[in-house]
Design a protein around this ligand. Structure first.
Ligand SMILES: [Zn+2]
Length: 250
């Protein structure tokens, strides 16, 4: 099985400010015709099969997808499939777009891990679904966290900071700033994912003008993480030219 994944950025589409230009979300106030055009561009540029989108609500509802869907999956923040020729997409503008794949069992997942989803342990819960529904071994699952807001910019209120420190540990707060990537990383290690199989983009969406950032811009677009499988040799193909900016953390 050939597994392909990709993270878009804000360039290469047709939307106008403040959604310029490659906004992929229909729920943020952009002209729907432009969003549809952008989704078509995405599909053609990477020869992507039909893409399944989610109606993301910052919860931890995880759905197994068995066929293409023209409508977004309602009230859903993670989707999993073992079917080839279905692309799974997650939209973000600061939240972590997490993609997972198991090259042994041929299972893929797309996860929307914002603050709430992370507090609800959506990443390890998705691993659990992959285990229970498809017999995946955590040691075979690979995880990629795409561009998202990092601790440099993710200041949160005192009340919330106290909750994070009490619920998860002081290590996740640095000078009033939340390290969401570390929290997801530790949850995945707890779920028996191998550390060598976890990659985290060091791009902070709030610092980096090539990405949409809700924190920086308020009204803005969404970029996406997309993953799919096709029949063929076992290979993992990665389209992002900024590969060198990706790293694993201890
Ligand atoms: Zn930053």
């Amino acid at each position: 099985m050939k597994i392909t994944y990709h993270f878009t950025n804000r360039h290469g589409g047709v939307s106008t400010p403040p959604y310029d230009t490659f906004n992929l979300a229909l729920h943020v106030g952009d002209n729907p015709a432009n969003v549809i055009k952008n989704r078509t561009i995405l599909k053609h540029r990477y020869n992507t099969p039909d893409i399944v989108w989610m109606d993301q609500v910052h919860h931890a509802n995880i759905q197994i997808i068995t066929s293409p869907h023209t409508e977004p999956i309602p009230h859903c923040d993670a989707i999993v499939t073992d079917q080839p020729n279905i692309a799974l997409a997650v939209m973000v503008a600061d939240c972590i777009p997490i993609l997972m794949f198991d090259p042994q069992r041929h299972v893929i997942a797309a996860i929307h891990a914002g603050r709430n989803g992370t507090f609800l342990q959506i990443a390890p819960k998705t691993v659990e679904v992959m285990q229970k529904a498809f017999g995946c071994m955590p040691s075979n699952i690979h995880v990629i966290m795409g561009p998202s807001i990092h601790a440099c910019c993710y200041e949160i209120g005192d009340d919330l900071a106290t909750i994070v420190e009490k619920s998860f540990g002081k290590v996740y707060m640095q000078n009033g700033r939340l390290n969401l990537q570390q929290l997801n990383y530790d949850q995945l290690i707890q779920a028996s994912i191998t550390k060598e199989h976890i990659e985290i983009s060091n791009i902070c969406t709030c610092c980096h003008p090539d990405y949409f950032s809700y924190r920086r811009e308020g009204t803005t677009g969404r970029f996406a993480g997309v993953i799919w499988m096709e029949e063929g040799e076992v290979i993992c193909k990665y389209f992002n030219t900024m590969r060198s900016l990706y790293k694993s953390i201890e």
